[in-house]
Design a protein around this ligand. Structure first.
Ligand code: NI
Length: 156
């Protein structure tokens, strides 16, 4: 496994629509393993492949306690409710913004071996799923932000 460089806002990779994965091979597994390691190292909640410069529909989400969920070609099949809350992005360093997201979502996706599964997320998990799926279509939360929240500045 290896750490990959996280691209920051302004990088062209973050504005592009990603391609579906069609080969569930060792190359994909290496990408996912590297994304897991990069996510843990960066101490983020979610990471999408375009954030490490790979324009493929792959997302990893840290569900807590070292349980990292992997989604290949995820599709949202249901979205219910609406919550405005704070979120941040590893590609938008130093900022937190309020965004409106569904309260609950359902997703179908494939695992790294090409097996289809579905899952649900509520509240923070729903927010994270929506945020990461947006990355696959080249959308950053900054395009949807209602307002930015001041973060306590460190002494410079
Ligand atoms: Ni993000």
């Amino acid at each position: 496994m290896a750490l990959r460089k996280i691209r920051s806002i302004g990088d062209s990779c973050l504005g592009k629509k990603c391609r579906e994965v069609d080969k569930f091979d060792s190359r994909l597994h290496t990408l996912i393993d590297d994304m897991r390691e990069t996510l843990l190292y960066a101490d983020g909640m979610g990471l999408a492949a375009p954030q490490v410069g790979i324009l493929k529909r792959v997302v990893v989400i840290n569900a807590g306690e070292d349980n990292i969920l992997e989604f290949v070609n995820p599709v949202m099949t249901e979205a219910v409710g609406s919550v405005i809350d704070a979120e941040a992005c590893l590609s938008v360093p130093g900022k937190i913004g309020e965004v409106e997201r569904p309260q609950k979502v359902k997703i179908t996706a494939f695992d790294r071996y090409g097996n289809e599964f579905s899952c649900e997320g509520e509240d923070l998990m729903a927010r994270c799923m929506c945020h990461e799926l947006d990355h696959l279509d080249g959308i950053l939360y900054t395009a949807k932000v209602i307002r930015y929240i001041e973060r306590e500045e460190d002494e410079q």
